[in-house]
Structures are given as structure tokens and as C-alpha cells.
Design a protein around this ligand. Structure first.
Ligand code: 4GX
Length: 235
């Protein structure tokens, strides 16, 4: 699968993508990420990427020309893949959305800064808008990285255990049960006896009960609303 990211800060992505699981996914060729600096697609002397808003009100808005030039020179006109804008006004990102996106061979991600992008970019270039959640970030780079991460780990061969994505909390519809590792006692706090019993049927029963109790307490919405009908507020 390939992602092409359009951003004013491509360097922000490298530290995250060039470590651990996503690094290996790129090395073995399961994942490709192209990072494109929108500033490289300006044509004016000062490499202007943003300007003041029509109608006033302060702040800056990203200009349409460099964004169209960048996306169309990499992906063609019209682009042959979804072009996703990261914005608090988008549909809420979730495991279900990650699964949907993992079905595409190629995605473009557009990370905005300032007050956002000129509306003509949304209307005539962007095909989907995704929000990481109802909070305000300084830019769309972190949400783009979250999308790349959550989608990439679903691709066959990225995780060591091929069943891992099906075992995920949210894929199962329940929060995860508690995890323990050695030592069996730490500062007087013991690992539950059942986990050390070797009785795998009992262990499975305990884990399911724990997952259900935890979900009831922390995320009752996950039990009443199937998958992820968020019904939440919109910014
Ligand atoms: N989930 N932000 C984007 C600038 C912007 C605004 C509108 C395009 C359109 C965010 C989030 C988020 C802040 C990133 C505003 N770009 N993005 N930025 N939450 O808060 O996705």
C-alpha cells in the first residue's frame, strides 16, 4: 500500500515512520510513504503557501495553487486515489474507518496548518475528510501519522502475528483485558492466580469477564452502539 502525504512539514513524519514496525514494513515493501512539501510547488519568489482570509477575521489560509500543483503533479489530474483532508470537521476516525482505508492500494493525505485550506481545495480536490477527534491541534500532521499507523498495521505481514488485528480491542467490540508479565510479585502486588494456573479454559473465561466488566464501566457506549456509531459532538 502507498501513502502520499502533502504537508508543509514533511520532516515531522520521518522520526515516526523510520522506526520499529513501520520502518520494517517499508523495508520489506508492504508499505510505501511519499512525503511532499507543498512549499516545493509554489511558483512565486517568496514561496508563499498561505495568505490572509477574504472577508477578514485574522489568521491565515493555505493557498489553493501550490496544493493543487503538488497533488496533481504526484497523482495526476484528476488523482487516481482518495484524497483525504485531516480536519476537525471530518468524519471521526475509528478502527472501522481504518479497516475501510486499508482496502485501498493508494491514499493521499493532506495535512493543513493555520485556519485550514481554501474551500476550493475541499470542493474540487479533496474526496474525504477525517478527524482524529474533537480537539484542536496545530496541524494535520499528527492525524495523518495516526491514519498511516492504524491502517498500516492492518496490512498483511506488517505485524508479526497475522491474527493480531482481529485480537485488537475495538475489532472485538470490547476493551482489552488486563495484561501482566513477570515478575509474579512486584512490590507486594501479585499477578492474578488464574493467569499462572496453566488452565487455558479458565484463563479465557477470566479474560472475557474482565474485558466485559471493563467495557461496561469505561465505555458503555461500545455495548449499546454497534461498531462505532459515535453520536458524538462535532466541532
Ligand atoms: N483531527 N487540526 C488541521 C488546520 C486545518 C483546518 C481545517 C484543514 C482544514 C485535527 C483533528 C485538528 C487543527 C488539524 C486544524 N486544516 N485534524 N488544522 N482534531 O485539530 O484532524
Amino acid at each position: 500500500m502507498r501513502f502520499d502525504v502533502f504537508t508543509l512539514f514533511p520532516e515531522m513524519f520521518s522520526a515516526y515512520l523510520d522506526e520499529s514496525i513501520l520502518k520494517r514494513a517499508q523495508e520489506v515493501g508492504i508499505l510505501q510513504v511519499g512525503l511532499h512539501n507543498i512549499r516545493d510547488y509554489t511558483t512565486d519568489k517568496h514561496h508563499t503557501t498561505a495568505d490572509v482570509p477574504y472577508g477578514g477575521g485574522g489568521g491565515m489560509v493555505m493557498k489553493p495553487e501550490p496544493i493543487f500543483r503538488a497533488v496533481e503533479s504526484i497523482l495526476g489530474a484528476p488523482p487516481g486515489c482518495p484524497v483525504i483532508l485531516l480536519t476537525p470537521q471530518g468524519r471521526r476516525f475509528s478502527q472501522k474507518v481504518a479497516e475501510e482505508l486499508a482496502g485501498y492500494p493508494h491514499l493521499a493525505l493532506l495535512s493543513g496548518r493555520y485556519e485550514g485550506v481554501d474551500e476550493r481545495v475541499r470542493e474540487h480536490l479533496v474526496t474525504d475528510e477525517i478527524s482524529l477527534g474533537d480537539f484542536v491541534l496545530t496541524g494535520g500532521e499528527l492525524p495523518a501519522m495516526a491514519v498511516i499507523d492504524a491502517v498500516s498495521r492492518l496490512l498483511p505481514g506488517v505485524l508479526g502475528d497475522p491474527d493480531a488485528p482481529q485480537k485488537d480491542s475495538h475489532a472485538s467490540g470490547l476493551l482489552e483485558y488486563p495484561h501482566y508479565t513477570r515478575p509474579p510479585e512486584f512490590r507486594g502486588w501479585e499477578v492474578p492466580e488464574v493467569l499462572r494456573s496453566g488452565n487455558h479454559a479458565e484463563i479465557e473465561k477470566w479474560r472475557q469477564a474482565q474485558a466485559l466488566a471493563r467495557t461496561k464501566k469505561r465505555r458503555p457506549d461500545m455495548l449499546t452502539q454497534p461498531e462505532d456509531e459515535d453520536g458524538g459532538e462535532v466541532s
